[in-house]
Design a protein around this ligand. Structure first.
Ligand code: ZN
Length: 102
């Protein structure tokens, strides 16, 4: 599981899970307050794994109802296991834009 790059505190599954709903939010360390952003590779991995799994199931000859159910299960499985694979980077580039920089 990802750790805070600043204080090495491990993030919890729940903390990471919260950041991947709808739009990727920054992951803020509960101990030192350091912001982390998800890497592009993680975003790509997330989208690709869903796309590939859905593609595989779309080839299978399933009934329509079953297909919808499988899609929901695939999506949830990827979403729930995502915190174990996601990589986050300390928010350094954002600071240069002068957004509440220290
Ligand atoms: Zn920290």
């Amino acid at each position: 599981m990802q750790r805070c790059e600043s204080c090495q505190r491990p993030f919890t599954w729940k903390e990471i899970q919260k950041t991947i709903r709808w739009n990727y939010k920054p992951l803020v360390c509960g101990k030192c307050g350091e912001k982390h952003h998800i890497t592009i590779q993680s975003k790509v991995l997330f989208s690709l794994s869903i796309a590939i799994l859905l593609f595989i199931f779309s080839l299978a000859n399933l009934a329509f109802n079953l297909r919808i159910a499988v899609m929901i299960i695939v999506f949830l499985t990827v979403l729930l296991s995502f915190p174990y694979f996601a990589k986050y980077k300390r928010d350094e580039k954002i600071k240069q834009k002068g957004k509440k920089g220290k």
